[in-house]
Design a binder for this molecule. Sequence first.
Ligand code: HEM
Length: 426
Amino acid sequence: MREEPPAEHSGLTRRRFIGSSALTAGGLAVGIGARRASADPRLTLVPLGHQPHGLPRRQHAWTKYLAKDAYGNPLAPHFDRLLFFDVRGTPTPAHARLLESRLRTLERHFRWSHKGLLFTVSWGPSYFRLLGIASPIPRAKRLSSFEHPAIDNYDLCIHLASDDEQRLEQIVAALILGHRLRGVGGSLSLRPALIWRATRTGFTGAGIPAAHQNVKGIPAGNPVPATSPLFMGFQSGLRKNQASEDAVTIERGPFADGTTMHVSYMREQLDDWYRKLSEQTRIALMFSPETTPGGEQLITEDKADTTADAKAIVKAIEHYGMVGHSQATAQARKHGRPLILRRDFNTTDDDYAGLHFVSLQRSIQDLIVTRNAMNASGAHLINKQITATRNNGINAFIDVRRRANYVMPSRVDRSFPLLPGRASVV
Ligand code: HEM
């Protein structure tokens, strides 16, 4: 029997899953049930259904299908859901066929676009243990001295994203509860093959965080700027401040055209951020001490300022006794671009302001290198005013509660990758 790890630091509500209200209310709804219930006797080879032509080979090929801002930066879909499952019983080709047929139904029904539906399916180390083979990705671990995350142990994660939140709710209810989806003949339920474990919810986009700021972690008085896409203010995800999809794609082997995915959950504690700090200090901690108020708005495509500059970070540490988040993480660039492609989104799960940090990278090591850079743990050797969480980017304001690593196969291999016998039925 596997349950959510003891919520020592997580404080997540163990909400009993009693109906679709648990889905619509948002929050980290958590499934219950035996860790590995035996296989459903109704699990037979279901019809596979055809797949629309022209879908990208890469599941993570989203960028071309997103809206763009005035400068050509891709805009993340407005709403997201992360669904976590374990495999029901021992995996068989019939499991693979059921999952694949459900996913193809979604592809036929919704356009591959932020206006329709984008999704990915990724597999955790515990799935590969079930198959009795070495996992291509390591189990997640804590990545800074000041965090104590629970490490998730789910077999798979489905990430759904769309500009239409109601549509996401309906899809989630169809996949988990077997509700009918209008216009779709037949069931979309994953139950015969998978045990649902947890749902996480969230959003991005100018103005949406401000509309959701009445939660724990954010002080009273509506401090979140009206047009900010993030609870902390400012904007993220500029074109050249992201790795490209090509750069994060695995090139060879059974996961060629796939990638790796890290999923963490962090709560934001923004009382001091908004109450005690001036706007200039917030900008310094988010970008760099040399970024001037208003200057951060000029950063439309790339760090035209000094944040990515190695000499500038030494100056920031020595002269200002303060390091910016963007400046610190920018030390992990390769060929002038970051190593990771961030697909994170804000959340109010469990009534806390937070962030579901979804990042894609060719290897999990790229994420570790980036997080080490963000920790800026050597800064105190140069200037004692900087500690792990003092004057050090946004480290003092985030509390990492959960972490997990997954591998995301190519589209053709997304359902039960490497399972013996799958090729003959999928
Ligand atoms: C609440 C949490 C976070 C917030 C509000 C946040 C916000 C931001 C903002 C505003 C930027 C600058 C704009 C941009 O470059 O797109 C940025 C850059 C960046 N952040 Fe974060 N971030 C958060 C957490 C993280 C985490 C956990 C990581 C990974 C370990 C990370 C990695 C990066 C990277 C790689 C960059 C780009 C650096 C470069 O230009 O090379 N961020 N972030």
